[in-house]
Design a protein around this ligand. Structure first.
Ligand SMILES: Cc1cc2nc3c(=O)[nH]c(=O)nc-3n(C[C@H](O)[C@H](O)[C@H](O)COP(=O)(O)OP(=O)(O)OC[C@H]3O[C@@H](n4cnc5c(N)ncnc54)[C@H](O)[C@@H]3O)c2cc1C
Ligand code: FES
Length: 248
């Protein structure tokens, strides 16, 4: 299902992401807003959504969780990918002190935001969380961009022993950020939404739902009365208060 033709890209570089996936750097640009996503098609396998990790050159970061992501992460320089998009509503480009929280593959939705905010003169602190040090994704990219990095692992093998939220807490308690943005497991997003309830610091969350069309037609990606592909994937927290409900 498509509202636009696919563009074909060739992989020019494959960079392993710890033991969990890879970043694929492609041979062309795709102008995108921070937080937008593309639909990536591997003929004969599937078509799935992935965040635009960088727009020039277009780069995506994949974490292996099933058949599609396994096949994508195994692609090598010279292989072709079919891409349509970008789709969705991204993060707002404002703020002088941005605090970003990422977990799992969700961190890929935050890199372009960091790049744009830094280019506009903002200070960007990024908390990345994972089970262990070898599962942290994209710390190299945030470092390369010039972000201040706060690392947290459940097993304490790298950075703080705890979650990305634990790593953010001192800055939240000090009232440092003027904007908070997050993408990752919903348990993390819920906890962050609760932590900032009643605060006047704007919080934007990027949600992930199973997607088919990517542009608001199939209804596959609903979250309450919203379609994540069309109305999101980035939402101001007030628009997705359903997240604050306890997990089923
Ligand atoms: C807007 C958006 C942006 C995304 N960006 C990225 C990205 O940059 N990098 C990346 O690696 N992945 C990203 N994802 C998730 C990615 O699309 C899925 O992981 C992928 O479709 C899984 O396909 P699969 O065939 O490998 O696994 P499947 O067989 O489809 O799923 C394997 C397991 O993973 C679970 N799963 C599938 N999708 C998700 C999901 N979105 N969140 C949590 N669990 C899931 C399934 O429930 C199942 O248990 C994004 C998703 C969305 C909606
Ligand atoms: S993926 Fe089809 S409506 Fe969102």
């Amino acid at each position: 299902m498509s509202d636009a033709p696919h563009r074909t890209y060739r992989i020019i570089e494959r960079r392993p992401e710890g033991g969990v996936g890879a970043t694929l750097i492609l041979d062309g640009a795709l102008p995108a807003e921070p937080g937008q996503f593309v639909m990536v098609w591997l003929p004969g396998i599937e078509e799935r959504p992935l965040a635009v990790m960088n727009d020039d050159p277009l780069s995506i970061t994949v974490r292996v969780v099933g058949p599609f992501t396994r096949a994508l992460a195994a692609c090598q320089p010279g292989d072709r990918l079919w891409v349509r998009g970008p789709y969705g509503r991204g993060f707002p480009a404002r703020g002088e002190r941005l605090l970003l929280a990422g977990g799992g593959s969700g961190v890929a939705s935050l890199t372009l935001l960091a790049k744009r905010a830094l280019a506009a003169g903002a200070t960007v602190r990024v908390a990345l969380g994972a089970r262990s040090g070898d599962q942290l994704m994209l710390p190299w990219r945030f470092r390369e961009l010039g972000c201040e990095l706060l690392l947290a692992t459940d097993d304490g093998s790298l950075g703080l022993a705890g979650t990305a939220l634990d790593a953010l807490e001192p800055d939240l308690a000090a009232g440092w950020p003027d904007l908070v943005a997050a993408c990752g497991p919903e348990v993390m997003l819920r906890a962050l939404a609760r932590r900032l309830q009643g605060s006047d610091v704007p919080l934007y969350l990027s949600l992930e739902r199973a997607m088919k069309c990517g542009f608001g037609v199939c209804g596959n990606c609903h979250c309450g009365d919203r379609l994540v592909c069309r109305d999101g994937p980035v939402f101001p927290v007030d628009e997705v208060l359903c997240l604050l409900e306890p997990a089923p």
